[in-house]
Write a protein that binds this ligand. Structure first.
Ligand code: NOJ
Ligand code: CA
Length: 577
């Protein structure tokens, strides 16, 4: 971001008192929409958010202590990745008890306290729901593997070896090895889409369904506002064990060279979605279902909504994984989800705990700061529900381990050096400039992953004091999202659709007898670009513009609509009067 002039700084300071109060206006509900349509969701990786008991691992008390921060930032709901008891092979995605809290994160009392503080701060809590598999240490699996006749045997997927010996077929785990492991006790193989220690449940068994639906009720009774459903497209596999087809070559992630035709996206998943939707709909307060299913195209994504009787917010991996700053590509992706055949509400994100942070994936190495601001504008002004990842608001970097012995994620341990794993995007949250732990743990503690050097300047305390920081741009955008009717309720209209460099669109809403219009223009190229708004079908001849937020210009200044000049990677939100 370029240095701001004194005038600009003064203009920015003029908004500071409003933001500093931390009071967030409640979202107007005139459209009668459920809360999740206008919420901003924030993903917390509990190991890495805030440590309070000095063991170098984040905990529930730590999350509770930071909810006031999230409220001030403008977050409406947190999704906490699994904090249930777990051997932590896949850092919580291997659950050994679905109705308790892992002692490393605290107690059920801490969870209840967290819920109370969340309520006081007006923040909803969304749980991670891992339906596809359990830990191999879950009592269900321990019983299941104990004998072929155990009543829980059929709760998991067991098969005899292939006729000539070896795994029953060619199915591959997501992590690049056979998805079958032989259990010597009973001489059969069990199936695991993920790690060996994550056996898949048998969703064709009604007892499994019932047990999992009880888990949902347990947490809904505690007042949670919904679930992010892990890996849900993988609930079913072909009972006839057809081999999956091979793909030419392999791709960059592990050694996957197979199309998961018989192990992913089977039609049966939709029956389960409908049952779960019915269950959550029987609770008050519109609990939400968010699906993690990286559908290959918009048709696949649209199927997740059902007929408004399945998932309300399927995560859009097409947008998350665009991985290229291209106006043409983003225009198409946003248009696709806008026109999705199910008329479902969009949900999008750019970062999570499974992929390098957006700072590095979209940054070009020179303009990362501007690009991070540009992405923030896109994420927080598009129509739909945005999902942030902790630390994205300060521009946290992906910091991968450089030595194999430091890797913690099993994906990196098995895949090294080609695949370094996911530690890089899971490093501790950077609260202060204090070395070495940036306020995550006290200085003398060894944190579970090292705090990156960049924390000396990239942290909440330092950036809060810099009016032009990425953090303050996020705050401004989040405040706008909660107050500007065009951004809350407005429809989405692409502008200048032939422009290969600048992605621009209008959000427009009726408020009483007036129309509110906001134009967003995002220069996705490394050169100055000029666009014309006045005279277009969107902006009438006499209209004037005012900058509401930008990564290069002060909020509050007047903006000519005849020509809008955007520096390289400049983005601007303009209120039209
Ligand atoms: C998706 C989760 O996001 C990822 O972290 C995990 O390894 C797999 N599902 C298995 O649960
Ligand atoms: Ca701790």
């Amino acid at each position: 971001m370029r240095r701001l002039s004194l005038v600009v700084l003064l203009a920015l300071c003029s908004v500071a008192p409003v933001l500093a109060q931390g009071a967030r206006p409640t979202v107007p509900d005139s459209a009668g929409d459920p809360w999740w349509k206008h919420a901003v969701i924030y993903e917390i990786y509990p190991r890495s958010f805030q440590d309070t008991n000095r063991d170098g691992v984040g905990d529930l008390k730590g999350i509770a202590s930071r909810l006031a921060y999230l409220h001030q930032l403008g977050v409406d709901a947190i999704w906490i990745t699994p904090m249930y008891p777990s051997p932590q092979v896949d850092f919580g995605y291997d659950i050994s008890d679905y109705e308790a809290i892992d002692p490393i994160y605290g107690t059920m009392g801490d969870f209840d306290d967290l819920m109370k503080v969340a309520k006081q701060q007006g923040i909803r809590v969304i749980m991670d729901l891992v339906l596809n598999h359990t830990s191999d240490q879950h009592p269900w699996f321990l019983q299941s593997r104990s004998s072929r006749t155990n009543p829980k045997r059929d709760w998991y997927i067991w098969h005899d070896p292939a006729p000539g010996g070896g795994p029953p077929n060619n199915w591959q785990s997501w992590f690049g090895h056979s998805a079958w492991t032989l259990d010597p006790t009973t001489g059969q193989y069990y199936y695991h889409y993920f790690y060996v220690q994550q056996p898949d449940l048998n969703w064709r068994n009604p007892e499994v369904k019932k047990a999992m639906y009880d888990v949902l009720r347990f947490w809904l009774d505690k007042g949670v506002s919904g679930f992010r459903m892990d890996a849900v497209s993988r609930l079913f596999e072909d009972p006839n064990l057809h081999d999956d087809p091979y793909l030419p070559g392999s791709n960059a992630f592990g050694d996957r060279n197979i199309q998961h035709k018989y192990t992913d996206d089977l039609p049966e998943i939709h029956d389960v979605f409908r049952e779960i939707r019915k269950l959550v709909d029987s609770y008050p307060g519109h609990p939400v279902l968010i699906s993690e299913a990286d559908e290959p195209n918009i048709q696949g994504l649209a199927r997740m909504y059902g007929h408004d009787d399945e998932i309300q917010l399927p995560m859009d991996f097409q947008i998350a994984d665009a991985n290229e700053l291209s106006a043409t590509k983003f225009r198409k992706l946003f248009q696709d989800v806008e026109n999705n055949p199910a008329h479902g509400w969009p949900e999008f994100f750019f970062s999570n705990h499974d992929q390098p942070r957006q700072w590095d994936r979209y940054g070009d190495g020179t303009h990362n700061q501007q690009i991070a601001g540009l992405m923030a504008i896109l994420e927080l002004t598009a129509r739909g529900t945005p999902q942030m990842y902790y630390g994205e608001e300060i521009g946290m970097r992906t910091t991968e381990p450089t030595r194999k012995e430091d890797v913690r994620d099993p994906e990196g341990i098995t895949g090294w050096p080609k695949e370094k794993g996911r530690d890089g995007e899971r490093t501790p949250m950077q609260w202060t400039a204090e070395a070495p732990n940036a306020g995550f743990s006290p200085a003398e503690v060894k944190t579970w992953l090292p705090v990156p050097e960049s924390a000396r300047t990239v942290n909440v305390a330092t950036e809060s004091a810099q009016p032009e920081s990425l953090y303050n741009l996020y705050r401004r955008l989040l405040a706008l999202r909660h107050t500007e009717p065009a951004l809350i309720h407005g429809d989405y209209r692409p502008l200048n659709e032939d422009d290969p460099n600048v992605f621009s669109y209008m959000r427009q809403a009726r408020v009483g007898d007036r129309t509110r219009k906001v134009v967003v223009a995002l220069n996705m190229s490394n050169a100055i670009r000029t666009i014309r708004l006045q005279g277009s079908k969107a902006v009438g001849p006499g209209a004037t513009g005012k900058i509401l937020a930008s990564n290069f210009e002060a909020a509050g200044s007047t903006q000519s609509l005849g020509e809008v000049k955007l520096p390289a990677f400049g983005g601007v939100v303009i209120g039209i009067q």
